[in-house]
Design a protein around this ligand. Structure first.
Ligand SMILES: Cc1ncc(COP(=O)(O)O)c(C=O)c1O
Length: 396
């Protein structure tokens, strides 16, 4: 069977040097990113301050429009920020202080990304919010019914992960959003681990907000987080985490705030322009291929990885049902942490998370034979006890 997506391999320099199976953490850098960063420096060097008017100022929205295509949003409903953590706090700043002290509950899964939990817990202490963490029985999945039962008339917001970072469990965002809407609650969907590997549309899901970043499946590198706001809410919200870029007339330098009547009201101060230049090449490739084609290949390769790992006597901890998982397979062994370190030393780039094991992620650029190679290497390390020494560098 020919794999058309392998033609993109030559666009990613690191694939020539390593077996790169870590796109759930840091996607490979596209070769074109060298040029884009050069373009950035060139623009600054030759156009100086005129660069702002020649594209820089609008980049949080123009680059956001590239993300909008990936997550199924309308144009001009996504803005770029540094990361998910700041986007969550920015959203909370729109909702606090509470208008209705009875609607003060925040519901999310206990396997949420820690940064998100920290942001809500810090605000809860200061603003009288109650947090209900929905428990997992196995440290891998969250029963959807338990999420639905936790969301009630007192729930303000459900800031949930679409795909859980540790186990790649894919939550039923549609059912959870429907439940939230039945009782008048809103949803912030963290699409970091789904965008670029699982097709979805924030419009179909009808979530109020979505946020994610570019470090992983989007191959866009750090510093390019994004925030989607449902169009009907844009001019109803007034972020308190704000700044001059959110003003209707930023260059009037008025002393009073008048929020822009569009998505730029969710900006604050000067944007991280180099990060936006760096991120663009990844989005272009993802949009060119299309997430549906990426998912089709991912389903096939993750299934193959499960078979290979089980044949080699490893226990797969991520969900076996492809409809319930994102793009990652997690493989358990009592020495999973040491196996991971040794794999990295041998140029098989994966990582380890406590409770889940070795995280392995094929992406559109992965060859089938690399799946065979990584599992064979893991088996060799385990069977021969060839674990990395304590002194080996720590995996990230
Ligand atoms: C689901 C999820 N959310 C958020 C983050 C990261 O958050 P931030 O962009 O604030 O670094 C990660 C990254 O590891 C993640 O997997």
């Amino acid at each position: 069977m020919t794999d058309d997506l392998l033609k993109y391999r030559s666009e990613f320099p690191i694939l020539e040097e390593t077996v790169y199976l870590i796109s759930h953490s840091l996607g490979a850098m596209p070769r074109a990113t060298y040029e884009r960063l050069h373009d950035y420096a060139d623009k600054w060097a030759t156009r100086g301050v005129r660069a702002w008017a020649e594209g820089w100022w609008d980049m949080p929205v123009t680059i956001g429009n590239e993300i909008a295509r990936i997550i199924g949003a309308d144009e001009n409903t996504v803005v770029m920020h540094q990361n998910v953590s700041i986007c969550q706090s920015l959203l909370l700043s729109c909702l606090l202080p509470l208008k209705d002290s009875k609607r003060n509950k925040i519901v999310f899964e206990e396997l949420n990304f820690p940064s998100v939990m920290y942001a809500y817990e810090a605000h809860a202490r200061a603003h009288g919010l109650r947090i209900e963490q929905v428990k997992s029985d196995d440290g891998i999945t969250i029963p959807t019914q338990r999420m639905l039962d936790a969301i009630d008339e007192e729930t303000l917001l459900v800031p949930m992960s679409h795909v859980l970072f540790k186990s790649a469990f894919l939550q039923d965002a549609k059912a959870i959003t429907q439940r939230a809407h039945e009782v008048g609650a809103m949803v912030v969907l963290d699409t970091y681990q789904s965008a670029g590997t699982v097709p979805f549309s924030v419009k179909d899901l009808n979530v109020e907000f979505a946020t994610g970043g570019s470090v992983k499946w989007l191959c866009g590198g750090p510093g390019a987080g994004y925030l989607y706001v449902r169009p009907d809410l844009i001019d109803q919200l007034q972020p308190k985490t704000t700044g001059w870029m959110a003003h209707e007339h930023p260059f009037a330098f008025e002393s009073e705030m008048h929020y822009a009547p569009n998505i730029t009201r969710f900006l604050h101060g000067s944007p991280a322009i180099p990060a936006l230049y760096a991120a663009e090449s990844g989005y272009k490739i993802i949009n060119e291929i299309g997430v549906a084609a990426i998912r089709e290949k991912s389903m096939r390769q993750t299934q193959r990885l499960i078979e290979l790992a089980e044949e080699a006597g490893f226990r797969v901890t991520s969900p076996k049902d492809p409809a319930q998982r994102g793009g990652t397979i997690t493989v358990w062994d009592d020495h999973a942490a040491e196996i991971t370190k040794e794999l990295i030393r041998r140029e098989f780039i994966v990582d380890y998370r406590p409770g889940a094991g070795v995280r392995i992620s094929p992406h559109f650029y992965t060859k089938d034979e690399e799946l065979v190679l990584v599992v064979a290497e893991m088996k060799k390390i385990r069977d021969n006890g060839e674990y990395a020494s304590e002194k080996a560098g720590a995996a990230f």
